[in-house]
Design a binder for this molecule. Structure first.
Ligand SMILES: NC(=O)c1ccc[n+]([C@@H]2O[C@H](COP(=O)([O-])OP(=O)(O)OC[C@H]3O[C@@H](n4cnc5c(N)ncnc54)[C@H](OP(=O)(O)O)[C@@H]3O)[C@@H](O)[C@H]2O)c1
Length: 188
């Protein structure tokens, strides 16, 4: 597969490290990010050991919850490689415990790292940059309430709410996510 510039967050261990090695073996240009610089350097050495040239690996330490620092990190990647073909938002934390035993601060941290961090790195969404007319048109609240009410009363596990293209998109995505993304790309 042709070489791309691949930025992996959470590359200092686990799945991120293993993914970095896969891309390195494919000859892709790599940006390795996480908080522990020493571990990233260790992973970078492993990537170079696969034969990837030294200048094709950039170790870029960051904390995905340090929102303000992230635009500078994006710029650093662009300065080095010119473009970003793939961003693998892998940095994350998880936890295994019952809600009743878990302090809300744990969930706050999960959201900060796993959700907010991804949004912060994704930038301003300028690839599309405009509101979809179906979303802008909205849905009548009474119509929405009726669908939700009937779904709840019927004890449905899932209550899709929407209209027109929005609902069509939902079903197309279930059958073929690729088809939906192709259609979305063609519209913008
Ligand atoms: N393994 C599983 O069974 C499993 C299952 C479901 C989901 N996941 C998800 O898959 C991803 C990778 O999991 P893993 O098993 O490989 O876990 P892992 O070894 O703990 O890796 C997590 C990575 O995220 C980085 N990270 C954590 N907080 C960060 C922050 N604030 N800023 C930047 N980097 C941060 C860590 O690096 P630093 O500590 O150096 O920052 C580390 O490289 C995680 O998002 C995890 O929640 C894993």
């Amino acid at each position: 597969m042709s070489a791309q510039t691949v930025w992996i967050t959470g590359a200092s261990s686990g799945i991120g490290e293993a993914l970095a090695l896969q891309f390195a073996q494919n000859g892709d240009r790599l940006v390795l990010s996480a908080r522990r610089e020493g571990e990233l350097e260790r992973v970078a050495v492993r990537c170079r050991d696969t034969g990837l040239p030294t200048d094709q690996v950039l170790v870029l330490p960051l904390d995905v919850t340090d929102w303000d620092s992230l635009p500078g990190k994006v710029q650093a990647v662009l300065d080095r490689f010119g473009s970003i073909d793939l961003l693998v938002n892998n940095a994350g934390v998880s936890q295994r415990s019952l809600c009743k035993d878990t302090d809300m601060s744990v969930y706050q941290k999960l959201m900060d790292v796993d959700v907010m961090g991804q949004i912060a790195l994704a930038g301003d969404g300028s690839a599309f940059g405009k509101e979809d007319e179906d979303i802008a048109g909205g849905m009548d609240v009474n119509e929405c309430a009726e669908v939700v009410f009937k779904g709840l009363k019927a004890r449905k596990r899932e209550i899709p709410v929407g209209k027109g293209k929005e609902m069509a998109a939902l079903w197309i995505k279930r059958i073929s996510p690729e088809a939906l993304f192709r259609m979305a790309r063609a519209r913008h």
